[in-house]
Design a protein around this ligand. Structure first.
Ligand SMILES: C[S@@+](CC[C@H](N)C(=O)[O-])C[C@H]1O[C@@H](n2cnc3c(N)ncnc32)[C@H](O)[C@@H]1O
Length: 258
């Protein structure tokens, strides 16, 4: 089955399964990107990541403005490929080539299926691998959307340095993360606001609490300032947030051109 360009404003798999993973008992289980998660992942992201589509649109604006025609864009932790497929549609005239890297076979199966459904196999491809071992020298743009938070904190600095070294001069890294605030009162309020956001999207209090527990040792957020410092330590000289929704932040980091 093929979808025409006209009707894929939203590059999602046609039949999206609703995320009800935490409606059923999941006790003492850490969150993993397995088949069950991949099955409902697109719905999960749309209902759990504030302004997800708006962030992708903003990334398209940045890449459209900063990169030359034919540039290579690499998405680290690409999951089901939504971001790359959206970018390939939004920036069609730029003729970028897109590569997604992930270590979850279930996510990659979905990503490849979606690329086929939207006839994007020529410009968008996917590989299975550990993003910490990325080796794509000369890349013009790396994307790291809601993925660094799943890398052990001690590994983040060498990982970002590796990305920096793989970028061409003047290349860009986009980093989106869930963050914490070190002001305890504000941190609590932001979490409350985020949980309200999820309730408005149909998650129950129990589902929210169970998912939070499952992510406890898996998703480890830093503050906005800690993320900025990590990027600067890796070598990026221009680092600016371009989007923030309470405890969700997206940064643009640019490698010096000389
Ligand atoms: C929250 S999802 C990313 C969402 C995606 N970037 C997007 O915007 O739609 C995190 C992804 O990172 C992948 N991941 C986590 N650690 C990884 C690693 N070390 N190597 C490769 N992929 C990894 C997971 O399999 C998962 O698909």
């Amino acid at each position: 089955m093929k979808k025409s360009t006209k009707d894929h404003n939203n590059e999602q798999a046609p039949a999206r399964d609703r995320d009800s993973l935490f409606q059923v008992e999941r006790i003492n289980e850490d969150f993993v990107f397995d088949d069950r998660v991949a099955q409902v992942f697109d719905d999960m992201l749309d209902r759990s990541v504030p302004c997800y589509q708006e962030v992708i649109l903003s990334i398209a604006r940045i890449l459209g403005c900063l990169l030359q025609e034919g540039a290579q864009v690499v998405d680290l932790g690409c999951a089901t490929g939504t971001t790359l497929l959206q970018l390939s549609r939004l920036l069609e005239e730029k003729k970028f080539s897109y590569l997604g890297v992930d270590n979850s076979p279930a996510m990659l199966d979905k990503a490849r299926l979606k690329a086929e459904l939207f006839s994007r196999q020529e410009s968008v491809s996917f590989i299975n691998g550990d993003i910490k071992e990325v080796a794509q020298p000369g890349t013009e743009a790396f994307l790291l959307n809601y993925t660094l938070q799943f890398i052990r904190p001690l590994n983040r600095e060498p990982f970002l340095r590796r990305i920096f070294n793989n970028l061409c001069p003047g290349g860009v890294l986009i980093l989106s993360e869930k963050t914490i605030s070190h002001h305890p009162g504000l941190n609590r309020r932001y979490i409350e606001i985020y949980h309200q956001f999820k309730k408005e999207r149909g998650y129950s209090e129990l589902e929210i609490a169970k998912k939070r527990e499952a992510l406890e040792n898996v998703l480890i957020p830093c503050s906005l300032e800690e993320n900025r410092t990590l990027l600067q330590t890796a070598g990026f000289t221009e680092v600016e947030p371009f989007f923030q929704w309470f405890n969700f932040v997206s940064f643009l980091a640019v490698k010096p051109s000389t």
